[in-house]
Each structure stands twice: as C-alpha cells, then as structure tokens.
Design a protein around this ligand. Structure first.
Ligand SMILES: *Cc1c(COP(=O)(O)O)cnc(C)c1O
Length: 231
C-alpha cells in the first residue's frame, strides 16, 4: 500500500530543494494534488496530511468526490477539457479552472457563476508543445482572450497553464515552459495582475520549477498510478 502522507512530504521536500537550486523564493511554488482516477480513501489520506487543493479532469467524477468529501474544507480545481454544456457545473462547483481557451466559454462561465460566490479563478491554457493533439491557445491568441476576460466580473484571470510534451529531455522541457513564462511576463508588463503559472506534472516538475512555475499539478507522484481512467 502506498503511503500518501510520505509521498506528499517527499514532494514538498523536492519543491524546497529545487526552489533553492533555482534561486526561487521559499513557498513560491504551490502543490496542487491531481486526484483524477484516485480513490476516496487515498484522497482522504492526503486531506489528513493537510492537503487542501485538489484537481480533477472529469466533471461527474469530480462532483461525486466533492459530495463524498463534503465534510472537509477543500478547494477544487478543474484542469480538463470543458464541453460547453458543462459550463454551468464548472461555474457552480469549482474555485479554479485551468483550461480556459475560448471567449464563448468565458462568457458562459461568467453568466453561470452564482452571485455571492467569489469570482471563478481562471488560467488560460496555452499549447506550448505545439503538438496537434494537444489542447490550448496559440501564444499569439493569449492576449486577446485575456483582454476579453477583463469585461467579465465573475471571472478572475490568475495566469496561464501549459503542458510540455511527454517524451523530451530537460532542456526541451525548459524551452517549452519558458514560452509560457515569457508570455506571462509580457502580460504582466502590460498591466495584467497575474500570479499563477500552472505548469509541471509528476515527470517534469524539475524543469517547471527551473522555468518559473508557481503551481505544480501533481498526480501520480502523490497517489501512484491511476485506478480508473476515464474519457
Ligand atoms: C492528469 C494531469 C496531471 C497530473 O499528471 P501526473 O502525471 O499524474 O502528475 C496534470 N495536469 C493535467 C492537465 C492532467 O490532465
């Protein structure tokens, strides 16, 4: 049986060491636990250790887990592909969406976000690996969507999300992540108040931290291999 607490502890230790190695300030990198395909039991172990932020890719799976874990004060992030008929559920149930890619969806989320809820925190997903099968805006499209979101009071643009290609070495991971980091810096320079660079997964957290990530999305390094894979 895998010991979730020691895995999370190990992740924090790695984050601290890598942050020091790359001259990042302590606590500048957050750990988001990707719980898709993982059991309630494992998630409860993470909660018992103190983890409060969790990310999911599939809406029904996420809603089921929220219900089963309702007794805990958890923050849920959606990181998967959003079908536009799911906009209402995302707007009503999540604190964050990392995979926003269209103005149409942004407008729908804004319309469905309930009064009285905090604005939905959003990141724009950018295709930095340039693979045809990967989701995401082209770099050249990012600024226009960021500008459109300004007019939507129930969305708070926090930053950018990207994934490096799977089978590449450290230098190439850094090159791809740095495309996102540069785009982020460009937007900040233009006055956007952004604080979140969502990049880095279990296999490329070193390169992500080296390249300026502020939020790692870590699944298997915490929970082990996924039990159910959907979609
Ligand atoms: C599944 C997933 C992750 C986590 O991947 P691991 O390899 O399990 O760390 C991170 N980000 C996104 C967008 C994912 O879909």
């Amino acid at each position: 049986m895998i010991d979730i607490a020691s895995k999370i502890q190990q992740c924090h230790k790695q984050i601290a060491e890598l942050s020091a190695q790359y001259q990042r300030s302590a606590n500048s990198v957050q750990l988001l636990a990707v719980s898709k395909g993982q059991s309630i039991d494992k998630i409860k172990q993470a909660v018992a250790y103190g983890q409060r932020t969790f990310a999911e890719n599939y809406i029904q799976e996420a809603l089921d887990k929220m219900q089963e874990l309702a007794e805990f004060d958890l923050q849920w992030h959606f990181i998967g592909r959003v079908q536009s008929n799911k906009a209402k559920l995302i707007a009503e149930h999540f604190a964050w969406l990392h995979s926003l890619m269209s103005e149409k969806l942004a407008v729908r989320l804004n319309a469905f976000r309930t009064d009285g809820m905090e604005p939905l925190n959003v990141c724009l997903q950018v295709n930095i690996s340039n693979e045809a099968n990967k989701q995401g805006l082209q770099l050249a499209e990012v600024e226009a969507l960021a500008a459109n979101i300004k007019a939507l009071p129930k969305l708070q643009l926090r930053g950018l999300m990207g994934m490096a290609a799977a089978d590449i070495d450290f230098d190439e991971q850094c090159r791809q992540f740095n495309l996102l980091t540069e785009c982020f810096a460009m937007l900040q320079k233009k006055g956007y108040k952004l604080d979140t660079l969502s990049m880095g997964m279990s296999h490329d957290m070193d390169a992500a931290i080296a390249s300026g990530s502020t939020m790692l999305r870590i699944g298997r390094a915490i929970f082990g291999e996924r039990e159910q894979v959907r979609g």
